[in-house]
Ligand binder design. Structure first.
Ligand code: HEM
Length: 394
């Protein structure tokens, strides 16, 4: 009986056992670390089916703990923060998500674009002035999304040390349950204060919009903001850092991108698909027995939907293991699928579409400052990525 394959052989490919399981069946039995039996979804079509089926709950109380590894528990088993959308079902999830979607307007996203361009440009200037070698994560991949999410939420960037530390703890597989609970409580306290102050003195930001339209409670807004703040910068930071490493490791694809910056949109989609940083997948539990692929998934059993395996399914993507930045097959599942599909996806896309071309334009001879084997990969985190990316350009 397989347990969830987590060991990678190459930095950019999911564990090879996932492909072997998928070739046998899109749905297989899985033994979880605590010994109980559940299911693993590896096929693309099956993944979409499960994630869009309302009989599958996202609520962690129903999931058997530890779901995959203890470390991803806090993200999915937050101590019931109101507004922590990833852990909610309809109708509560629908109510809060609708309010949030109203605040995530196209206008707000458009008006953030020039700010993202300015933030990216400032960071590149600072990097150039400090000189090489540099750690691209510390000087670019982490500060860009942190500054953008602060701008979106109206959080002072001076608070970053605290919220970056709390989010890192939340998503670290090495953090103890006590550390994760404390990090969550700190984030909650910080964002409850922020929400209260936005109610008193609203600004142009998203928390102010949520706080002044009167439909969500302070606790719900604080929970939503805690999720946005933490999920909104670690994920994009990892996608940027790992994306640069992937491009530097595929010089033919990087040359295409620099010769034709118009490829930035498809390049970003392809990097999202190819790298699929949610490397353990997303957990669900059926509320009733559900017949699937000739099996019956019983009510209450844990199901892990492997997004990396689904995004490499040859039944959906031609040559799925190749990075092809001109690929035009959309529909990847890097942002999930169904009612929980990432609400920040257009923001993440905008950041990546601006950041990659700008970085390679400013530093055309950007290269690794260490050998590829020396790049520390973040296997110890809920999201896959690089911990550091030492680079040179002179
Ligand atoms: C490349 C970057 C990102 C990736 C790969 C990513 C991926 C995902 C995935 C896979 C889910 C679905 C989880 C599930 O079904 O259980 C999700 C949900 C979510 N993401 Fe993202 N995300 C990214 C960036 C962002 C950003 C920038 C924000 C905020 C501005 C954000 C906010 C959220 C929220 C609030 C949810 C929960 C939605 C719900 O449950 O209804 N994400 N994300």
């Amino acid at each position: 009986m397989p347990s969830l394959p987590v060991e990678r052989i190459t930095p950019f490919d999911p564990p090879p056992e996932l492909a072997q399981l998928r070739a046998t069946s899109p749905l297989t039995r899985l033994r979880y670390p605590d010994g109980h039996l559940g299911w693993l979804v590896t096929g693309y079509h099956m993944a979409r089916q499960v994630l869009s089926d309302p009989r599958f709950s996202a609520r962690s109380q129903l999931k058997r703990a530890p779901t995959v590894r203890p470390g991803i528990e806090p993200f999915y088993r937050a101590p019931a923060l109101p507004g922590w959308l990833v852990d909610m079902d309809a109708p509560e999830h629908t109510r809060i998500r609708r309010q949030l979607a109203k605040a995530f307007t196209a206008h707000r996203m458009r008006s953030l674009r020039p700010r993202i361009e300015a933030i990216v440009s400032d960071r590149l200037t600072a990097m150039g002035e400090a000189g090489d070698p540099a750690d691209l994560v510390e000087s670019f991949a982490l500060p860009v999304p942190s500054l953008v999410i602060c701008e979106l939420l109206g959080v002072p960037y001076t608070e970053r040390t605290t919220f970056q530390r709390d989010s890192a703890t939340l998503f670290s597989l090495e953090a103890t349950a006590e550390q994760a609970v404390r990090a969550m409580a700190d984030l909650e306290a910080f964002l409850t204060d922020l929400t209260a102050s936005k109610r008193r003195r609203p600004g142009e930001d998203l928390v102010s919009t949520l706080a002044t339209d009167g439909e969500l409670t302070t606790a719900e807004i604080a929970g939503v903001a805690a999720l946005l703040l933490s999920a909104g910068h670690e994920t994009t930071a990892n996608s940027l850092g790992l994306g640069v490493f992937a491009l530097l490791s595929h010089p033919d694809q990087l040359a295409r991108l620099t010769a034709e910056p118009g490829l930035a949109d498809t390049a970003v989609e392809e990097l999202l698909r190819y790298l699929t940083i949610f490397h353990f997948g997303v957990p669900r539990t059926p509320l009733e027995d559900v017949p699937l692929a000739g099996e019956v998934v019983r009510a209450g059993e844990a199901v892990t939907v492997s997004l990396p395996a689904a995004n490499r399914d040859p039944q959906r993507f031609a040559g799925p293991d190749l990075l092809d930045i001109g690929r035009r097959q959309g529909g990847h599942l890097a942002f999930g699928h169904g009612v929980h599909q990432c609400i920040g996806q257009n923001l993440a896309r905008a950041e990546m579409r601006i950041a990659f071309p700008a970085l390679f334009q400013r530093f055309p001879s950007l290269r690794l400052a260490v050998s590829p084997e020396q790049v520390p990969l973040g296997r110890d985190n809920g999201f896959y990525g690089v911990h550091r990316l030492p680079v040179r350009w002179s």
